[in-house]
Design a protein. Structure first.
Length: 210
């Protein structure tokens, strides 16, 4: 399987590229700045593209799956970043459909504990990409991480359909490990899941969703 990673230059994205290589996947890293492309190849990406214009057509042409990493982390509170992220999701979903890609994994920008019924401008802008993916005829999984930290990953998580507590956290490294681990796991197909640090190894947490 060849996996297109959008937002590969982020902290989570770099871990994703590393874990994809370790799991035996090919990866194409999509970054915003051209000078980050060599770093992606050092991490294990077979190919790296700088794409500030969000035309994903060429990258998607030979891909099997997409991992989309939001530019906005769960800690971001600025509406501008959220709206840019929303536009990028739309572009990526449309490119994936036109290229015949049926698997789309997204790390959402929605903060843990935010109510899905809160239709404020900021929260609404963050919900809309999730809703867009649900409406499209593709095999999606949306991961909503708790507040991310720079602590080393432990490989153990809590994964569920209901929102996390506002105090919950998760290392970025563990978020990346989850995004790679769920690529081919049917238990997570067409679901939106909240993920935080927890007691269960990642594969066990996925199996427990059945």
């Amino acid at each position: 399987m060849k996996v297109i990673v959008i937002g590969a230059g982020s902290q989570v994205g770099q871990f994703v590229i590393k874990y994809l290589q370790e799991a035996g996947y090919e990866s194409v890293a999509i970054v915003n700045e051209k000078n980050k492309a060599p770093d992606m190849k050092k991490l294990g990406a077979q190919k790296a593209e700088a794409n500030g214009r969000r035309d994903f057509t060429s990258a998607f042409s030979a891909g099997d799956a997409v991992i989309f990493l939001s530019d906005s982390s769960p800690n971001v509170g600025e509406g501008k970043n959220i709206l840019v992220d929303h536009r990028a999701v739309i572009d990526a979903v449309q490119s994936a459909k036109s290229s015949g890609i049926r698997r789309f994994v997204m790390m959402s920008a929605v903060r843990a504990g935010e109510s899905l019924e809160d239709r404020s401008e900021m929260t609404g802008a963050k919900d809309m990409p999730d809703e867009l993916i649900q409406e499209e005829a593709m095999n999606y999984t949306v991961i909503r991480p708790a507040r991310m930290t720079d602590k080393p990953g432990k490989g153990t998580v809590t994964m569920k359909d209901s929102p996390m507590n506002n105090n919950d956290t998760i290392p970025r490294e563990d978020v990346a490990a989850v995004l790679v681990a769920i690529l081919e796991k049917e238990a997570v197909f067409n679901r939106i899941l909240d993920v935080s640090s927890g007691p269960m190894p990642i594969d066990d947490a996925i199996q427990a969703l059945n």
